[in-house]
Design a protein around this ligand. Structure first.
Ligand SMILES: Cc1ncc(COP(=O)(O)O)c(C=O)c1O
Length: 409
């Protein structure tokens, strides 16, 4: 099945707005957050207009509807991610999902001297929680470096770092390079060494089916807003064994079984980790996003965004003064292209492009160690998604050539 991009574009109202004094919006910042189709906006609006109430509490009609819709969202998402409702904990996104592993699982299952393996390719969300935990618990952090000639993790060092490791935390697909890591190999080597595995799938879930049970990881972290869903919602997928080993991270209402003034007992399963009024409309919107994606051929989505990224990377390489980061010659990977001009500051370039209607990202992309490895402090980044067209990619390259010719010296 191929993608009908024009009909997909018609599903996203924001794509028809004008920017920069009447120019067509060319939205190329999808790795930061994607736009939302009307069905997601409608699902959330419908909930607020028709069924808004708190969940898991009252018996009135609206409360029953809200609870049913919230829990149905869990079913939809669990099925989309290849697991069951008992293995999906709603979080605010990937960041909270990783923190939940750090504070809910690792804090009570790891001790002084236990090693956690992370990589130089991680987003800060998969670095900082481990550093905080290391300070508190005295765990050892082992860092797998990136081979900047190949734009891949150094898998020899990875293998060597596994001895005695208790947890391995790896980004599935880099938000800076667009490179996909050999996740199956990472999981099997880690398990053989007796370590649990956390996969940060923030940049993979938008264009690849995440089959949690097939993948075999112990934990997978996902953000809804990077895959057509609303902000403020994501999930942690975790095996039943890991969920049973986890202690509460946040506590309060909705996560308890009983409370006396002396002590409390906790709910079991995901509810134990969803304290307080949950993100009800957001969960409903996230499920509507999964429903939306489920009507598309995700392999075609992957090929489409990868094709646009490869085209753009190849074109940019021929622009005088531009360095492109990441290997776009392989079929695996995402729609991300990071690059830098040798004299035009990344921020200036992004502003010039914005004035032409092109939205792209600038900065360290919350991956400072990765940028350090390449000896840069920021890059420009475009990231394609299912509604971007070949014309947009071509127009982007053309406008960038024009800016570089004018200001590139
Ligand atoms: C690879 C990766 N991990 C984690 C995150 C954090 O996601 P969120 O801000 O949705 O929690 C991002 C966001 O850009 C990301 O790209």
């Amino acid at each position: 099945m191929s993608l009908d991009i024009e009909s997909i574009r018609a599903d996203f109202p924001i794509l028809s707005r004008k920017v920069a004094g009447g120019k067509d919006l060319v939205y190329l910042d999808n790795a930061a957050t994607t736009q939302k189709p009307q069905v997601v906006i409608d699902a959330m609006t419908r909930y607020y207009e028709q069924s808004n109430a708190n969940v898991h509490r009252a018996v009135h009609t609206l409360a029953a509807e809200a609870t049913e819709q919230y829990e149905a969202a869990r079913d939809t998402l669990a099925s989309w991610f290849g697991t069951t409702r008992d293995n999906l904990i709603f979080t605010s996104g990937t960041t909270e999902a990783i923190n939940l592993v750090a504070w809910g699982w690792a804090r009570s299952n790891l001790g002084a001297g236990d090693a956690v393996v992370i990589t130089e390719m991680e987003h800060h969300a998969d670095i900082v929680p481990w550093q905080l935990l290391a300070e508190e618990k005295g765990i050892e952090i082992r860092v797998v470096p990136i081979d900047t000639d190949q734009d891949t993790l150094d898998m020899e060092i990875f293998s060597a770092s596994l001895s005695g490791a208790k947890l391995v935390c790896v980004v599935h697909t880099s938000n800076v390079l667009g490179v996909a890591n050999p996740v199956a190999d990472i999981i099997s080597q880690s398990h053989a060494a007796g370590a649990k595995v956390l996969i940060d799938a923030a940049q993979a879930a938008p264009h690849e089916r995440i089959d949690f049970e097939g993948m075999g990881a112990d934990f997978v972290a996902i953000s809804g807003h990077k895959m057509c869903g609303p902000t403020g919602i994501g999930c942690l997928l975790a095996t039943t064994g890991c969920i049973e080993e986890m202690e509460p991270f946040m506590s309060g209402g909705d996560m308890i079984e009983t409370v006396t003034m002396e002590k409390s007992t906790f709910a079991s399963g995901p509810q134990k980790f969803e304290a307080g009024t949950p993100k009800i409309a957001e969960a409903i919107g996230f499920a509507a996003a999964a429903d939306y994606l489920s009507k598309l051929d995700m392999e075609a989505v992957h090929r489409h965004i990868r094709g646009l990224a490869t085209y753009t990377a190849n074109e940019l390489k021929s622009v005088h003064g531009i360095t492109v980061y990441g290997d776009h010659s392989v079929a695996d990977g995402s729609g991300v292209v990071s690059f830098l001009h040798d004299t035009i500051h990344a921020e200036d370039l992004a502003r010039f492009m914005d004035a032409g209607g092109f939205a792209m990202r600038t900065g360290h992309h919350c991956a400072q160690p990765l940028l350090d490895a390449y000896g840069v402090t920021s890059t420009n980044r475009v990231s394609f998604y299912l509604y971007n067209t070949q014309q947009e990619a071509s127009a982007f390259v053309e406008h960038l050539r024009y800016i570089v010719d004018k200001f590139g010296g």
